[in-house]
Ligand binder design. Structure first.
Ligand code: KE4
Length: 462
């Protein structure tokens, strides 16, 4: 049931002692300079006594920006509310899943309905068929699917499948690309691995990473040389076909074409890690945007509607090698979980039946233009990369095309930018090496408020 926003005619929802109001009405809440985050600090101090670093994922530890992570109470549409009642425009969106905004009604309804039937059976359900069908319908290269519980599980399984299918060991990845915390792929990884400067994490043995070849993203000559010297040993090439984990970086057409042709010619498996860009940059992911078809695709985030769900999928001829139809072992107690599949079905159905991509492109372009003007008027070194509703403002005068250029960004300046925006009620990704995400719940007002805040902050820190 909706309530009128207390400030304008926008429909809000009054929830317990919180309320939804449009951004202009924010003066009534604790947003703006010098926010009070007393309760958040108390809760986070407690968290640090209970969990390593007080978090359950390194990416949310604020390692790159300093200070304490904010403890949140709930999300609604484009907004997050912390435990002190402060409201923020959210540009993390749970690191990608919230493309339709927090508490999207159809997903909520599906989850509530599914809970009434039980939470887990460890046995086949119709919902798994329905979600697999939706994934196959959306992703042009996909003929068969295996559901798992996270993006990491998806990439780990896809790598094992490619090695089992080809009988080869070597896997090629690209510096700055992050594929989850798979031992063999935690080499020159992006995201928190780059943020926390632990590209080669302790605990990853030399033996594990010995079969991982790391090349430069967009480096065509590098991949050509690799196949010339080791083509018959390469089981797979895995990449983010739109990279989000060194900040947003797009592949050149020549790079994608070289990867497709060389893997084809050498009998290697091309894996598109679409955990982040799948269903984000287009309804059919990056593969539909660029018209390059991989052999396997890994998915996560959006595909589970914000619940723990991932998938690896692709050509039936390869997927058939997964146990029990084939010999490559893969299993999971909660794989295809009825609540997560219900959320995924609702999400993918909404994206198929009422595609948000045209509107997302318009409001994302508005934000890009505004941030570019804000940065230009303040002067200083910056560049922006954007693909659809994934974007990064780099504190770097040069266009970022790979990890080598991304790593030259002024991360200190980024940290000041991040906190300046926090104090203005805007929650950006807490690292220069992440992409921001715009949801279909963001309004033009939210975008314009963000631009105004960014202009003020960039002018302050330049
Ligand atoms: P998860 O295991 O976190 O569901 O997915 C791993 C993964 C795989 N592939 C890509 C391209 C990814 O971006 C991710 C996870 N992304 C990070 C953010 N950069 C998730 C945030 C986090 O680790 O907390």
């Amino acid at each position: 049931m909706g309530f009128n926003c207390e400030h304008c005619t926008a429909i809000g929802t009054r929830l317990s002692d919180y309320r939804i109001i449009c951004f202009d009405g924010l003066e009534n809440t604790k947003v703006g300079g010098g926010m009070n985050r007393t309760k958040s600090k108390t809760e986070f101090d407690r968290a640090k006594t209970l969990m390593p670093g007080g978090v359950n994922s390194a990416a949310r530890a604020f390692g790159a920006v300093g200070g304490d992570p904010i403890v949140f109470d709930r999300g609604q549409g484009a907004y997050l509310f912390d435990v002190d009642g402060n409201q923020y425009i959210d540009y993390i969106g749970s690191w990608g899943p919230m493309i339709l905004g927090h508490q999207f009604q159809a997903v909520k309804d599906a989850v509530h309905a599914a809970v009434e039937k039980g939470t887990s059976f460890g046995a086949p359900t119709v919902a798994e068929n329905e979600l697999a069908d939706l994934i196959i319908e959306a992703m042009p290269s996909v003929e068969m699917v295996r559901l798992v519980n996270s993006g990491t599980e998806a990439t780990m399984s896809a790598i094992r499948l490619a090695r089992g299918y080809t009988g080869r060991d070597v896997v090629v990845k690209f510096a700055g690309n992050y594929h989850g915390h798979v031992d063999s792929l935690l080499v020159a990884a992006g995201s928190a691995a780059a943020t926390l400067a632990v590209p080669n994490s302790p605990g990853v043995t030399l033996g594990t990473s010995a079969d991982t070849m790391v090349l430069g993203y967009n480096d065509v000559e590098g991949i050509e040389a690799a196949f010339a010297s080791s083509g018959d040993k390469i089981a797979a090439v895995i990449l983010e076909p739109v990279c989000g984990n060194m900040g947003c970086v797009t592949p050149t057409p020549e790079f994608l074409s070289a990867l497709r042709n060389l893997t084809q010619a050498n009998g290697s498996v091309l894996i598109f890690d679409e955990v982040m860009c799948g269903f984000r940059v287009a309804g059919g992911g990056a593969q539909s945007l660029f018209g390059v078809m991989p052999d396997l695709t890994t998915m996560g985030k959006i595909v589970g509607g914000g619940l723990p769900l991932g998938a690896f999928a692709g050509k039936k001829e390869i997927m058939q090698h997964v146990l029990p139809s084939g010999k490559v072992y893969q299993a999971g107690t909660l794989s295809g979980n009825p609540i997560a599949t219900a959320a995924g079905i609702a999400m993918l159905t909404a994206l198929r039946d009422d595609p948000p991509y045209q509107r997302l492109e318009a409001i994302s372009a508005r934000l890009e233009t505004g941030l570019r003007k804000a940065a230009q008027s303040a002067g200083g070194d910056f560049s922006i990369n954007r693909v659809g509703s994934m974007m990064t403002l780099f504190f770097n005068a040069h266009t970022v095309t790979d990890w080598e250029s991304a790593s030259k960004c002024d991360t200190q300046k980024f940290a000041k930018y991040f906190w300046g925006l926090i104090e203005r009620g805007i929650y950006m990704p807490c690292s220069q090496f992440e992409a921001l995400f715009i949801s279909n719940a963001h309004t033009e007002q939210d975008i314009d408020k963000t631009i105004d805040a960014a202009k003020a902050v960039i002018a302050e820190i330049k």
